[in-house]
Ligand binder design. Structure first.
Ligand SMILES: [Zn+2]
Length: 312
């Protein structure tokens, strides 16, 4: 395959770096609507083909590959162009926006994101949003500017928006209401409470749950899950991060998504097949079908500048 991981996860200390065994396959296939396959992890990293083969073997039939900066957004668009099991999302991550601003390259980079957003098989703008956890007050003006520009790019291209919201619930909501949210707006790795789930419901915004909904101390997240309308639920891995219980800390991958889906069904006291069916339907409503735009048969040439070593 033309595109192999170009980043390496840096946090390795104290972690078990082996991939867990594949779970029992799901009775009905679903999609992982947010993953980072450009980041390799583990003692024996998986190739892109391995990742997708393993996913399909347990009923995760497709993924949305998400970029967070110029290089990984380009990588995502190029990989999705040649891979039928992958669609792409492109954006500058809110913690990257201040770096580009400081380097004087935010506008150029946003223009590149806008160009990538128009490519085939790019179905979402993300992840974008606000992060008050990792970015201090000095970076907030750039975060807001970047978030608003991404909302505009999503609307111009008729794409879904994938939001990264960390410790910024009220401000993310206020921004969406002030500038107008795209028709399909997804809170990736939803981290709010039941009250925030109700606000999302009121506006028809989607809630995508990741592996952290399985964590022992995540009662608030599970309350939000129960409070959300079923037709707004999505599921994701955010791999290689947020590995679901009982494998917390080990490398995450789309093939581990069944653990999260089963935990959700269990908490909602619903049948796994029924929840999987509903989430699959919702995923296609938000992003379209994975075969809506054909893949190109000749692999795209690797782009110079994607062989960067460090992770942000
Ligand atoms: Zn992510």
């Amino acid at each position: 395959m033309a595109n192999e991981p170009v980043r390496q996860r840096e946090q390795t200390a104290g972690r078990d770096l082996s991939y867990p065994a594949p779970p029992e396959p799901l009775p009905v296939p679903v999609y992982d609507n947010h993953t980072h396959l450009e980041i390799s992890d583990g003692e024996h990293p998986l190739s892109l083909a391995d990742q997708l083969d393993r996913a399909v073997s347990v009923g995760v039939q497709g993924v949305i590959q998400v970029g967070g900066d110029r290089e990984t957004s380009r990588w995502s668009a190029e990989a999705a162009a040649t891979e039928p099991r992958m669609l792409a999302a492109v954006a500058i991550h809110p913690n990257e926006a201040p770096e580009y601003e400081q380097a004087g390259t935010l506008d150029d980079t946003l223009a590149e994101i806008s160009e990538l957003a128009g490519r085939p098989r790019v179905v979402a703008v993300g992840e974008t949003g606000l992060d008050f956890f990792r970015t201090g007050p000095e970076g907030l003006a750039a975060q807001y500017r970047s978030f608003e520009a991404h909302i505009e790019i999503a609307k111009q291209n008729g794409l879904a928006l994938q939001i990264h919201d960390r410790n910024a619930h009220a401000e993310v909501i206020a921004t969406l209401l002030r500038v107008g949210a795209p028709e399909r707006t997804v809170f990736h790795c939803f981290s709010g409470d039941a009250e925030m789930a109700a606000i999302c419901a009121e506006h028809g915004w989607y809630l995508s749950f990741a592996g952290n909904v399985t964590f022992k101390n995540a009662g608030m997240l599970r309350a939000a899950l129960a409070a959300a309308p079923r037709e707004l639920l999505l599921v994701e891995t955010d791999a290689p991060f947020l590995t679901p219980a009982p494998f917390r800390g080990r490398p995450n991958a789309p093939y581990l998504l069944p653990h999260t889906l089963r935990a959700m069904a269990n908490h909602l006291e619903t049948d796994v097949a029924m929840l999987a069916t509903q989430i699959s339907t919702t995923t296609e409503r938000v992003y379209g079908r994975w075969d809506a735009e054909p893949v190109v048969t000749a692999p795209a040439a690797p782009t110079a500048g994607t062989r960067l070593g460090g992770l942000q």
